[in-house]
Design a protein around this ligand. Structure first.
Ligand SMILES: Cc1cc2nc3c(=O)[nH]c(=O)nc-3n(C[C@H](O)[C@H](O)[C@H](O)COP(=O)(O)OP(=O)(O)OC[C@H]3O[C@@H](n4cnc5c(N)ncnc54)[C@H](O)[C@@H]3O)c2cc1C
Length: 379
């Protein structure tokens, strides 16, 4: 077993890291405070050719794999949870399903602009009344001649107000449960699409989280992704990949918080010595480092299994659960290491702490991950 990253992966990671340090880190707190989605950063990421890392070159992507995508997502998270979240939602939720389940025509029309970074993707599953129990949705799509008519409300949709396309889940066969759900490619320019709320949140405010209203939204037949009734199966496969990216993002947030704490602990002196030399502070830093290494290994293991075509439900869920929990723990300890300064917005740990909390909620809460893992054990 070789734990060394392939050269190509290291090269992409190092390029993205350099960009993150130079271009994102200096504005990370500012965009959070201003609640500003930094479109210019995504233009630059498109220039770097990383907006479609795991999408094939045929459709404008980089032709990389899940491991490479996890590395890029981690680097973004290390400087900005918001940019990492909008990026992950764009790639694994808004783009990848079109490659996996779309027709050649759909890939050309909708995937290519996403993979090249000309437009941004979004994915609308959650509703005001259905989150963890996502299949219990109220949004409907009814066939009328050769068109579909969609009605409903979607909640907490990342990127919806800046997206060029949104993958919307809707019930096409009422009463058929999991088999009655389908996926549609919706263009925010379509009549009947309205962003009704952009939420203020405890963190991640540079990543827009929207409520959208779909009112008699009419789209042609060719916007259906896959066959009618395949929407739930597609959702499970999408989340298998998506959870690996949330794990990677969590590791990145933890890494950013840890680096800030380590640097501070080496410089700040109390009682005549750097605080990092006190056993209590050193032990906190050692625990952070250990947790990050463990979560990163699990994340990479899940990514490699995904790339090998294995069933990754267990590994992706486990990686997401572990990484999201250690992300919040590490970020909280980083605030503690900085003492009073850690509680101020002049220093990054408070932002990482607020951002990390979402990792335990989005793409399935920790409770739902435990449910999935229990099921995998036959329980
Ligand atoms: C910033 C942000 C970005 C998001 N981005 C997107 C997006 O792009 N697209 C999208 O579709 N959705 C998105 N979401 C929605 C997110 O996936 C849901 O919020 C999440 O799945 C939880 O659903 P809920 O909020 O309805 O909570 P609920 O399902 O109401 O859960 C409330 C609590 O009950 C617990 N609970 C529920 N059921 C069970 C159970 N069976 N066993 C044990 N405990 C249970 C939960 O774990 C939680 O603690 C986003 C959310 C946020 C906050």
């Amino acid at each position: 077993m070789d734990f060394t990253l392939p050269d190509e992966h290291r090269m992409i990671r190092d390029t993205v890291r350099e960009f993150c340090d130079e271009e994102i880190e200096p504005i990370a707190q500012e965009i959070e405070d201003e609640h500003r989605f930094p479109a210019e950063v995504f233009d630059d990421l498109a220039e770097l050719d990383v907006m479609g890392v795991p999408v094939s070159e045929e459709y404008g992507g980089l032709g990389g794999d899940q491991l490479m995508y996890a590395l890029v997502t981690e680097e973004l998270g290390r400087v900005s949870g918001s940019i990492g979240l909008s990026y992950a939602a764009h790639v694994s939720l808004g783009s990848k399903p079109i490659e996996l389940f779309g027709t050649d025509e759909q890939r050309e029309r909708w995937l290519e602009p996403l993979a090249t970074g000309d437009s941004l993707g979004a994915w609308a599953l959650t509703e005001p009344g259905s989150g963890s129990d996502a299949s219990d949705m109220d949004t409907t799509a009814e066939k009328d001649g050769d068109e579909w008519v969609i009605n409903g409300t979607k909640q907490f949709i990342t990127n919806a107000n800046v997206a060029g396309s949104v993958l919307v889940k809707a019930v096409t066969e009422p009463g058929a449960g999991y088999d009655g759900i389908s996926t549609f490619v919706v263009d925010p320019e379509d009549d009947g699409f309205e962003v009704t709320t952009v939420w203020d949140k405890m963190g991640l405010n540079a990543s827009p989280t929207c409520e959208i209203q779909l009112s008699d939204l009419r789209i042609p037949e060719d916007r259906l992704l896959g066959e009618p009734g395949e929407g739930w199966d597609q959702t499970k496969k999408t989340l298998d990949g998506g959870r690996i990216s949330i794990a990677a993002l969590s590791v990145g947030i933890a890494q950013g918080a840890f680096e800030a704490a380590l640097e501070y602990a080496q410089e700040r002196e109390q009682f005549g010595q750097p605080i990092g030399e006190f056993d209590a502070v050193r032990d906190m830093l050692v625990a952070m480092d250990r947790k990050i290494e463990r979560a990163r290994l699990l994340t990479h293991k899940a990514a490699v299994a995904y790339d090998n075509g294995e069933d990754v439900t267990r590994l992706s869920s486990m990686a997401k659960l572990d990484a999201s929990e250690i992300s919040r723990e590490v970020a909280e300890d980083a605030v503690q290491v900085l003492g009073g300064y850690g509680y101020t917005t002049d220093f990054a740990p408070q932002r990482f702490f607020r951002d990390a909390k979402l990792m335990e909620i989005g793409e399935g809460t920790s409770e739902i991950q435990r449910l999935v893992l229990g099921r995998e054990l036959g329980l």
